[in-house]
Design a protein around this ligand. Structure first.
Ligand code: FES
Ligand code: FES
Length: 153
């Protein structure tokens, strides 16, 4: 065990964990930020997506020792009142079904749109390709991303 200092959603936290502990479990078990979900644990499904310095990353595959001074953002910190354009578009299109994958989808979409606020259908497909939804909400996800893009551009 070792003490690590990590910055999440604008706050600095001290956690006493093994150095190879994935950030996903630090968030969920130590900081009680349970919006970030476990799906596969091997960076293959996107359920655990968060932002590190604004980039979408898979928190199941990032050891806490690698975080250092990165600024992490989880779904809980994406906006103050759930009013990020992507979250609003998700509501407008009633995207979720079971909901399990959706925090990861939203975090991935939000990071993508920060870099490309006027994406083509193909660019959206490429960007969202690694985020799996077992309920098959992909059509609504794509529609919501277009709506969010129109608000963000
Ligand atoms: S749980 Fe991290 S990518 Fe699946
Ligand atoms: S909404 Fe159920 S897994 Fe995506």
């Amino acid at each position: 065990m070792a003490a690590f200092s990590i910055k999440v959603n604008g706050k600095t936290h001290q956690v006493d964990v093994d150095s190879d502990t994935p950030v996903l479990w630090v968030l969920r078990d130590h900081l009680k930020l349970v919006g970030t979900k476990f799906g596969c644990g091997i960076a293959s499904c996107g359920a655990c997506t968060i932002h590190a310095d604004g980039n979408a990353i898979r928190s199941c595959s990032l050891p806490v020792s690698a975080v250092k001074d990165m600024e992490l953002t989880t779904i809980e910190g994406l906006s103050k009142d759930g009013d990020h354009p992507v979250q609003e578009a998700w509501l407008e299109h009633d995207v979720p079904q079971c909901g399990y994958c959706q925090a990861g989808q939203i975090m991935n979409a939000a990071a993508f749109l920060e870099k490309n606020s006027n994406p083509s259908d193909e660019e959206i497909s490429q960007a969202m390709n690694g985020n799996i939804c077992r309920c098959g909400t992909y059509i609504r996800i794509n529609q919501a991303i277009k709506t969010a893009a129109s608000k963000m551009s």
